[in-house]
Design a protein around this ligand. Structure first.
Ligand code: ZN
Length: 90
């Protein structure tokens, strides 16, 4: 199993990502109704707001709650070697 640690500098905080669920959800009105918290409306890493119908990914973080990520951040972690499952290919 491969994983990758991101150091969040302004905290400082280390987050170890163990698995990515690529394109796990689509950011729709239904989705915001279920996940209503403000922090679920933007990427946990780059803090950019999700746009309508964006495919968002779920990241599993050691010792923390799962994170929602934009495609850019999810792919960056996958490039670093974090194992992943691709929802769109199942
Ligand atoms: Zn992001």
């Amino acid at each position: 199993m491969s994983e990758y640690t991101v150091v969040i500098e302004r905290k400082p905080l280390r987050k170890t990502f163990t698995k990515i669920g690529l394109h796990m959800f689509q950011f729709t009105k239904d989705f915001t109704r279920i996940r209503y918290q403000k922090k679920d409306k933007k990427c946990h890493l780059c803090k950019e707001d999700f746009f309508n119908n964006e495919r968002i990914s779920l990241a599993f973080v050691k010792g923390m709650k799962n994170h929602l990520l934009c495609e850019k951040c999810a792919k960056k972690l996958i490039e670093k070697g974090v194992s992943y499952i691709d929802k769109s290919k199942t």
